[in-house]
Unconditional design. Structure first.
Length: 254
């Protein structure tokens, strides 16, 4: 595999709307791969509005597509542009397809959403069917509950994409964690494409200013919503609890 990737191009597509999870995952993958394969170039396509605030290693770059944000009702709307969502999606789809044609990747890696946001990656997947590009779907080791994912994928008509448009499915974790698609009706030919990648080690920054962090006296409550954009609701609930009962133990919000 090393000889195949050393002078190759990888295009990573992530539909990011607001949170940090997809962006951090794609960045971690890109950095690990360019460290291992010295001639590999990686281009990340993302809708994250803050990708420019992250640093990237040599041979890793990004293309920012117009952003969208998920509403409380589960629907999406344009993030920065005052145009209809349909027009925003058409722009995103066009940028993705044109970039794919110009960049000519050896591997096209799609993060989590088989067809992309509202199907915006399908035209690109179809384009690659007539090329030598390998299309790979990357999945988390833990997905949504089977009954939720089953209904979601049924509505999005994911099955044909998994069967005909993807060469492999990568699960980001060890097989011992279990099958993230357990309980989902997918063809055996699709399951045969599944490969477990194991985990990538994460490292803390070299310089951490711990003196600027005011740790409460023990015991205290640690509140951390991770990188999801909807984490603000959890923080708000905890803050409301403290407003109602100021005698609660100290808390540290991260």
């Amino acid at each position: 595999m090393r000889s195949k990737l050393d002078n190759s191009r990888l295009l990573i597509y992530s539909h990011d709307s607001f949170g940090l999870g997809h962006l951090r995952r794609c960045r971690t993958l890109a950095h690990a791969l360019v460290d291992q394969y010295k001639g590999l170039s990686v281009l990340i396509m993302t809708g994250s509005p803050i990708i420019g605030r992250f640093d990237f290693k040599a041979r890793v770059d990004f293309v920012r597509i117009p952003g969208v944000i998920k509403l409380h009702n589960g629907e999406y709307t344009s993030l920065g542009l005052h145009i209809d969502l349909a027009d925003t999606l058409e722009l995103r789809e066009s940028i993705l397809l044109h970039t794919a044609k110009v960049f000519r990747p050896d591997i096209f890696l799609v993060d989590k959403e088989p067809g992309g946001l509202k199907g915006e990656a399908i035209k690109t997947l179809e384009y690659f069917k007539d090329t030598d590009t390998q299309c790979i779907l990357g999945l988390r080791d833990v997905m949504d509950a089977p009954h939720l994912l089953k209904e979601e994928w049924k509505l999005k008509n994911v099955q044909p994409l998994l069967e005909h448009n993807y060469n492999e499915i990568w699960v980001y974790g060890p097989q011992e964690m279990g099958d993230p698609l357990e309980g989902i009706d997918i063809a055996e030919s699709v399951r045969a494409k599944t490969k477990y990648t194991g985990y990538l080690p994460r490292q803390l920054p070299e310089h951490i200013d711990t003196e600027s962090i005011h740790y409460p006296q023990h015991p205290y409550l640690l509140v951390t919503p991770g990188g999801g954009g909807d984490g603000v609701e959890m923080v708000d609930w905890v803050m409301r609890a403290y407003e109602s009962c100021p005698t609660l133990m100290p808390a540290l919000f991260v």
